[in-house]
Design a protein around this ligand. Sequence first.
Ligand code: NAP
Length: 259
Amino acid sequence: MSAQTLAGKVGLVVGVANKRSLAWAIAAAAAADGASLAVTYQGDRLEENVRELAAALPDPLIAPCDVTRDGDMDAVCAAIDARFGGLDFLVHGAAYALREDLARPFIETSREGFGVALDVSAYSLIALARRAAPLMERRGGGSILTLTYLGSQRVFPNYNIMGVAKAALEASVRYLASELGPRQIRVNAISAGPVKTLAASGVAGFSGILQVYRERAPLRRTVDGADVAGAALFLLGPAGRAVTGEVLMVDGGFHVMGQ
Ligand code: NAP
């Protein structure tokens, strides 16, 4: 059996809705790799789901955290500090856009829809990193990981405002990596191929995107949560110690194809 690379490490995972969530796949893999975890849920609607899932983890801290509320983020970080006395890694898997903005023409994106998508899906990384950094610094450094998609650079049908939010998110990864690097805090993203999750179900025509990946990705398949979690463990753990500011493609190679 290989050694557990996250043994003794403490992680915060934001963005678990259900067992299909990419953040949950990462949480489960990190726990199996020895990490102690704080897992958050967005609102009352998801609390039961997340509590049921998290019951499989060894003694998790479970707390509400709507990333549009500064008070929620403050409270989660204070609770982590009280329970664990610091933090080693943060997994950011929160994203949201108004449903109508993922179905109508991009040019119809409303000011409100633009603001909501960018706030939840991109600004929240900055807001969480600011709160997590002092807790990480106390433990000699840390690793922050977010989840993005190729729609940040290329046009996919109906991905729309989420593509703009992911572009902002990826730029934020680079700026955060630059600022937090001297404090030994690394910041990276995984750009995952399409996976059928709750968030994905909001994108009209998502099954068509999956089919294109099956046909054209070099590996001729789509990816799953376990594929993403494997790459996440690399970026969160000691093997990724010299990697920061990176967007790691975990998409069966789809992004290299011209057609
Ligand atoms: P998911 O299970 O639906 O996870 C998205 C999470 O974001 C949900 O838990 C959602 O909660 C949460 N969220 C939304 N608004 C929030 C808020 N205000 N505060 C806190 N949390 C909030 O879907 P997923 O596909 O695993 O998404 C995780 C990440 O992976 C996202 O950044 C997504 O863009 C990215 N990603 C997904 C794919 C894919 O094909 N699935 C590909 C590449 C990247 P609610 O359910 O309550 O909204």
